[in-house]
Write a protein that binds this ligand. Structure first.
Ligand code: RB5
Length: 148
């Protein structure tokens, strides 16, 4: 699985940790930046990761900023992207089971590194449940056709 990663300056340290963690576990990583703690703008990186998922260059994306909020707002502007801001493992699991989320957003200033890595693991390993949830995701796609 190819995972696209992106962060702004606030999320940079956690992005680097997640990158290391994923590479150790055999995932292929597409690092879209940022590359330092120098102040930058989260929409730039949300766009790059969202496009890489939308175009199929990556199967999943992970975005990190201070709160994860700016990243999730931006990524969800892209058709086909279902970005979920998750603060715990339960939200990560449910975002996959019920919402088929393909982008995970995290807040570096909200959660610690250990929790972040646990969220990443459960999010990458949990399948979409389908069934009644398929219809709901299809309804999201209908809304995208009308609005994005
Ligand atoms: C940067 O200070 C901060 O605003 C950004 O990382 C993010 O939290 C925005 O949603």
């Amino acid at each position: 699985m190819i995972v696209a990663l992106g962060s702004d300056h606030a999320g940079f340290p956690l992005k680097e940790k997640i990158k290391e963690h994923l590479l150790e576990r055999g995932y292929e990583v597409l690092d879209m930046g940022t590359t330092s703690r120098d102040s930058t703008h989260y929409p730039i990186f949300a766009k790059e990761v969202a496009l890489s998922v939308q175009e199929g260059r990556a199967q999943r994306g992970i975005l990190i900023c201070g709160t994860g909020i700016g990243m999730s707002i931006t990524a969800n502007k892209f058709r086909g992207v279902r970005a979920a801001l998750c603060c715990n493992e339960y939200m990560a699991r449910m975002s996959r089971l019920h919402n088929d989320a393909n982008v995970l957003c995290l807040g570096d200033r909200v959660i610690g590194e250990e929790l972040a890595l646990a969220i990443v693991d459960v999010w990458l390993e949990t399948p979409f449940e389908g069934g009644r949830h398929e219809k709901r995701v299809d309804l999201i796609k209908e809304i995208e056709k009308e609005n994005l």
